[in-house]
Design a protein around this ligand. Structure first.
Ligand code: GLU
Length: 492
């Protein structure tokens, strides 16, 4: 630890929908800040104009808000170290780069994209490590003036030492060592005048008094460059912690091939934010070897970098589904209905009359509360409660060890008995149908199976009597009549 107050940042580049790995980085920073009573800062790294996507900032911030990751400084929140959009801080970076040039720590490079391409190709042919060959480091004043006269727009490059090693202590990976000779002179300011990520993030982490940089492992190899930049600029560096990589279940880098990768998709698929938060927290961190379910407060209380793994974390979609189910089951029935309603409204077929009756919805939803793993599954689990006619193959009506005739008989007899009932409650249905199975010489499971398909059009559905009660007498009788017709029409 340092004795500086804890200030951490989440520094997304607005280049698209936020990847779950990126949100995991935000979460670890947020947990670290909240655990230490420090500051959590959001900074938008939008200096790569070619890759910036309109609306991406809103999507990223929307993802944070959805998960309840509140920030103390940043867009909307303001703060003493703004602006928090790098595109509004260009002067600061130009000034820093100018200072490095004056000090002799940076230089103008006029190499054209064409020359750099040829250089890379040559390096590949010679089996040399790729990297800038430092040609412009030693341009004479005349050569420079010549380039300027031709109107060539230079980039600014950092003069990285050619000998020695850069070592540092990563809070997760411990001692890390890089050979300086293998590190080339990175660009600090591009020819469009915008800074690169390297310069902008170093300058901002310093000016925003960031105490700890917690970021994805892919940035580990940038850290020696950053450390030398800190030194050249006369800044004290923050502490670094590089978070383990996220892999898909096949142990390759988590990507679209593995399914949804943006937090927005998970939200749309009906994962609960509390479940997502819990799941993401366990990607590379654990409380112990067994605890899976942790509340937001428990995560804050127990989150430390000591328990962050060095090894990659596997994004297990199965486990996420299980965990989401746990969180869904923990909701009160009314909370579940409230959250599922928009999914139902969006997911049911268009011919279902809108607005849906709240009263009816509140009777249907408790029947699938235990079974839903995501809110988006709810329309599929319940559509037969809402649609007018069912679609299923007549064969489905025939239960195990039954045939067309015995099924027809079962349906017709049930229909008669149900028609004769005065009430239509769960207990009354059971009192009529259980003895009926015995009377027909069927197992209860066989008769109920036939009736289940007849009233729901599927073999797996919520408990039969509850389902029939909610569907109501009229609907059930109509569906039983339809089922007998279907079976009669079925080719023998
Ligand atoms: N803008 C970088 C990213 O989106 C930030 C990396 C860092 O945290 O230093 O990954």
């Amino acid at each position: 630890m340092t004795n500086k107050p804890v200030r951490v940042r989440y520094a997304p580049s607005p280049t698209g929908h936020p990847h779950v790995g990126n949100i995991r980085t935000a979460l670890f920073n947020w947990l670290f800040a909240r655990h230490h009573g420090g500051g959590f800062i959001v900074r938008i790294e939008d200096t790569d104009t070619a890759r910036t996507v309109a609306g991406a900032v809103e999507t990223i911030l929307g993802g944070l808000k959805w998960l309840g990751l509140d920030w103390d400084e940043g867009p909307d929140a303001g703060g003493d170290y703004g602006p928090y959009y790098q595109s509004e801080r260009l002067k600061i970076y130009t000034e820093a780069a100018g200072r490095l040039i004056v000090q002799g720590d940076a230089y103008h490079c006029y190499c054209s994209p064409q020359r750099l391409k040829e250089m890379r190709e040559e390096q590949a042919r010679q089996k040399q490590p790729p990297g800038y060959d430092r040609r412009c480091r030693s341009l004479s004043a005349e050569e420079k003036a010549g380039c300027e006269a031709k109107g060539m727009k230079p980039v600014v490059r950092f003069k990285f030492p050619r000998e020695g090693v850069t070592e540092f202590n990563d809070l997760i990976r411990e001692k890390v060592k890089f050979e300086n000779a293998l590190i080339d002179d990175i660009v600090l300011i591009k020819s469009d005048g915008y800074p690169t990520y390297h310069l902008a993030s170093v300058v901002d982490d310093h000016l925003m008094q960031i105490s700890h940089v917690l970021r994805a492992e892919e940035w580990l190899s940038s850290t020696p460059r950053h450390l030398k930049l800190y030194k050249a600029l006369g800044y004290e560096p923050p502490l670094f912690a590089h978070l383990p990589m996220l892999l898909g279940s096949d142990r390759s880098k988590l990507s679209k091939r593995h399914g949804a990768v943006s937090i927005t998709e998970y939200r749309e698929q009906g994962y609960l934010p509390a479940a997502m938060l819990n799941f993401l927290a366990l990607l590379g961190w654990s409380l112990d070897d067994k605890t899976e379910i942790l509340t937001r407060q428990e995560l804050i209380d127990s989150f430390t970098l000591e328990r962050v793994n060095k090894t990659a974390a596997i994004f297990n979609t199965e486990k996420l589904g299980w965990m989401n189910g746990v969180y869904i089951r923990a909701l009160s029935p009314s909370e579940f209905s409230r959250l599922a309603l928009p999914f139902l409204d969006r997911g049911l077929p268009p011919q279902v009359k809108r607005p849906l009756s709240t009263d009816y919805v509140n009777r249907v939803l408790p029947l699938v509360h235990e079974r839903a793993r995501t809110l988006a599954e709810v329309p599929d689990l319940t559509d037969f409660f809402f649609t007018g006619s069912l679609e299923y193959a007549a064969e489905m009506l025939i239960a195990k060890r039954m045939d067309r005739e015995s099924t027809l008989k079962a349906l017709e007899t049930s229909l008669k008995r149900l028609e004769a009932m005065s009430g239509f409650g769960e207990d009354a249905l059971e009192a009529v149908l259980r003895p009926l199975a015995v009377e027909l010489g069927l197992k209860a499971g066989q008769l109920f199976g036939v009736l289940r398909v007849a009233v729901t059009g599927r073999t797996a559905a919520p408990p039969l009597f509850q389902t029939m009660t909610v569907l109501g007498r009229e609907n059930c009788l109509k569906r039983l009549v339809e089922a007998t017709t279907r079976l009669r029409q079925m080719a023998k």
